[in-house]
Design a protein around this ligand. Sequence first.
Ligand code: THU
Length: 132
Amino acid sequence: MSQELDFLIARAKSACEKAYAPYSKFPVGCALVSASGQVYTGCNVENISFGLTICAERAAVFAGVLAEGSEFKIKKVVIYTPTEVPITPCGACRQVIHEFGKEVEVVSVCNTGHPNIANLPFLLPDSPAIAL
Ligand code: THU
């Protein structure tokens, strides 16, 4: 694995340690790299209403927008879960990632086995592309 990937996995793991997941007991951490080379992290934050829960991936994307504004573009997303199989982003997160990058590499890492390496065109085929 590359040094960059090792670093991003470490950042996603640290984010995962901050997860607020008392209901599902399913902590998730995310570290993403923007086109400008910055790294933003996020963890899932649950709510007693359940529906107001935010996923780790969207928390990281929103941190990137806050830091970089409308120029924000995503290059790579790394997700960490302390599970036996890697998990890929939910449909809502795939759509939100797509807003800020069409060819994003998505790496899912768990605590055993190999990372799952995918990309957004595979995870979200036929997504709407409107030229603004
Ligand atoms: N979750 C994420 O943070 N990211 C995903 O890609 C899948 C699900 C969170 C939402 C909820 O807090 C918990 O995992 C269980 O679904």
